[in-house]
Design a protein. Structure first.
Ligand code: HEC
Length: 382
C-alpha cells in the first residue's frame, strides 16, 4: 500500500523510522520567499531548516521542529536518525558542520503541528538537555544509531570519514578516516566553499541550499544580484527561479537577465548578495575582469528594513511551501524605475513604502517596518 503524506518543505533528505514503526522523520528546509536582506534572513524569512515528523498510518497531521537559532542558524539539514529506544533524535546539518541532538524524557519535545515556527522553540534553549549541538567539521550527511542507543555514526562527505558521536554525552568520540587525499584538490576546495553556510550571514544557508547538489532546488528566491529586490507585500515580483549550475561554465551570459558576462563575478555576487556574506574584497576584484562587470553590480541597498518587533506566525494554519501574498495589498508600491533611468554613478534612490511582512501569518500578526527598495538595476553591459 502506498500512502502519500503531505508535509511542508523542500530539499527532503534522509528519512528515519522510529522503532515502533509509528513515526517517520525527515530533515528538510523551508523556503519562506522573502528578499535576501540580512533582516529577513535573521528572522527566518528567507529559508529555515526543519525536522518533520509524520505518522506513518496517516492518522495525524505532520509536526515540525524548527532548527534555527537567531545569530547561529542551522543550514542544510540532511541526515535524520532515531535511537532504538526512541529517546534521541539526531539531525545532521551539512552547511553548519554539526549534528543536532534532541532528547525526549520527562519533558517532551515542543512539536508544532501543521506548520512550523520561524526559529527553534525558545524553551529548548534553556540547556535542560533536550537540545544539543555537536560540531563535526566537514559536511555530515546520513546518520545511523548503533544498537546500544547512544553511539551515533555520521557519514562525513567533505571529511572523507565516518564519525562516531556519543549521543548521551553529545561529544564527538572519534573520526575514522576513509583514506581521502591528504591535500584537497582545487575542485574539492571549491566543493567545501559551495557547501559552507558559514560564508553566509549568521550561517543561514550555503550555495547548496538553493543550487542543491550543484543543480537547482526548483524554487524561486528574491536574490539581489540582479540589483533589485522587492520589499513590498508584493515581494513576489522580484523572485527568480534558481538556475541549475550543471555545466554552467558553458551557458554564458549568466543570470536570467543575461547581463552578467563574467562567471566569476556571478559567483562573487552570490557570496555577497544571495548569501549576504562578507563584502567583496579588493583581492576578489583584482581577480575578476573589470570590463565585464556592470559597475552597479556593487551597489548595495543603502538602507535596511528596520527591525520588526515580532515575527510572523508561520505555523498557525496549514500552509503550503509557497508564501502567499497577504490579504491587503500594499498601498504605496513604488513605481519601479526602468533599467536605464538610474545613472550608474548615482546613489540608489530609495522610496519609502509600507512593507507588509509575511506570508503565512494570520491577518493580525504582521508588523510593518518602513522599508526601502534597493532599486538600482544593473545596466546591461556594453
Ligand atoms: C537563496 C538562494 C541562492 C543561493 C544561496 C545561491 N544562489 Fe546562485 N542563484 C540563485 C538565483 C535565484 C539565481 C538567478 C539570479 C538572477 O537571475 O538574477 C542564481 C544564479 C546563480 C548563477 C548564475 C547561473 C546562470 O546560469 O545564469 C551562479 C553561477 C550562481 N547562482 C552561483 C551561486 C553560488 C556559487 C552560490 C554560493 C556562493 C549561490 N549561487 C548561492 C539563488 C541562490
Amino acid at each position: 500500500m502506498t500512502l502519500a503524506l503531505e508535509i511542508e518543505g523542500d530539499n527532503l533528505r534522509q528519512v528515519a523510522i522510529d522503532p515502533d514503526g509509528r513515526y517517520g522523520y525527515v530533515a528538510s528546509m523551508k523556503n519562506r520567499g522573502f528578499a535576501t536582506t540580512r533582516n529577513n534572513i535573521d528572522q527566518g524569512w528567507v529559508v529555515g531548516q526543519r525536522l518533520t515528523r509524520v505518522t506513518l498510518d496517516g492518522s495525524e497531521s505532520y509536526a515540525t521542529l524548527s532548527l534555527d537559532t537567531r545569530g547561529q542558524a542551522a543550514a542544510d539539514a540532511h541526515g535524520a536518525a532515531i535511537s532504538p529506544d526512541g529517546r534521541i533524535l539526531a539531525v545532521s546539518c551539512g552547511g553548519t558542520h554539526e549534528v543536532m541532538l534532541f532528547r525526549t524524557g520527562p519533558r517532551k519535545l515542543p512539536w508544532r503541528f501543521e506548520g512550523s515556527r520561524d526559529l527553534i522553540p525558545v524553551e529548548l534553549l534553556n540547556n535542560d538537555g533536550r537540545y544539543r549541538r555537536v560540531a563535526t567539521g566537514g559536511r555530515p550527511t546520513e546518520l545511523a544509531f548503533a544498537p546500544d542507543g547512544k553511539t551515533l555514526y555520521a557519514a562525513n562527505y567533505l571529511g572523507d570519514s565516518v564519525q562516531v558521536i556519543d549521543a548521551e554525552e553529545a561529544t564527538l568520540a572519534r573520526t575514522i578516516a576513509l583514506g581521502g587525499p591528504s591535500e584537497p584538490s582545487l575542485a574539492r576546495r571549491g566543493e567545501a566553499l559551495f557547501h559552507d553556510a558559514t560564508k553566509s550571514f549568521n550561517q543561514w544557508y550555503s550555495c547548496n541550499t538553493c543550487h542543491s547538489d550543484g543543480h537547482t532546488n526548483g524554487l524561486d528566491f528574491d536574490t539581489l544580484n540582479d540589483g533589485r529586490q522587492d520589499l513590498t507585500s508584493l515581494h513576489l515580483r522580484s523572485r527568480k527561479k534558481v538556475p541549475t549550475l550543471r555545466r554552467v561554465a558553458l551557458t554564458r551570459p549568466w543570470t536570467w537577465h543575461g547581463w552578467q558576462t563574467s562567471l566569476e563575478d556571478s559567483v562573487i555576487e552570490s557570496f555577497t548578495k544571495s548569501m549576504q556574506g562578507p563584502p567583496r574584497t579588493p583581492a576578489m576584484s583584482r581577480r575578476s575582469s573589470p570590463s565585464s562587470r556592470p559597475s552597479t553590480s556593487r551597489a548595495t541597498p543603502t538602507a535596511r528594513p528596520t527591525e520588526v518587533s515580532r515575527p510572523p506566525r508561520s505555523g498557525a494554519s496549514p500552509c503550503s511551501a509557497r508564501p502567499r501574498p497577504p490579504a491587503t495589498p500594499a498601498t504605496a508600491a513604488p513605481s519601479s524605475p526602468t533599467a536605464r533611468s538610474i545613472s550608474r554613478a548615482s546613489k540608489s534612490p530609495t522610496t519609502p513604502i509600507a512593507a507588509i511582512i509575511p506570508p503565512h501569518s494570520g491577518a493580525s500578526t504582521t508588523r510593518t517596518p518602513t522599508s526601502t527598495t534597493a532599486a538600482a538595476r544593473p545596466s546591461r553591459t556594453p
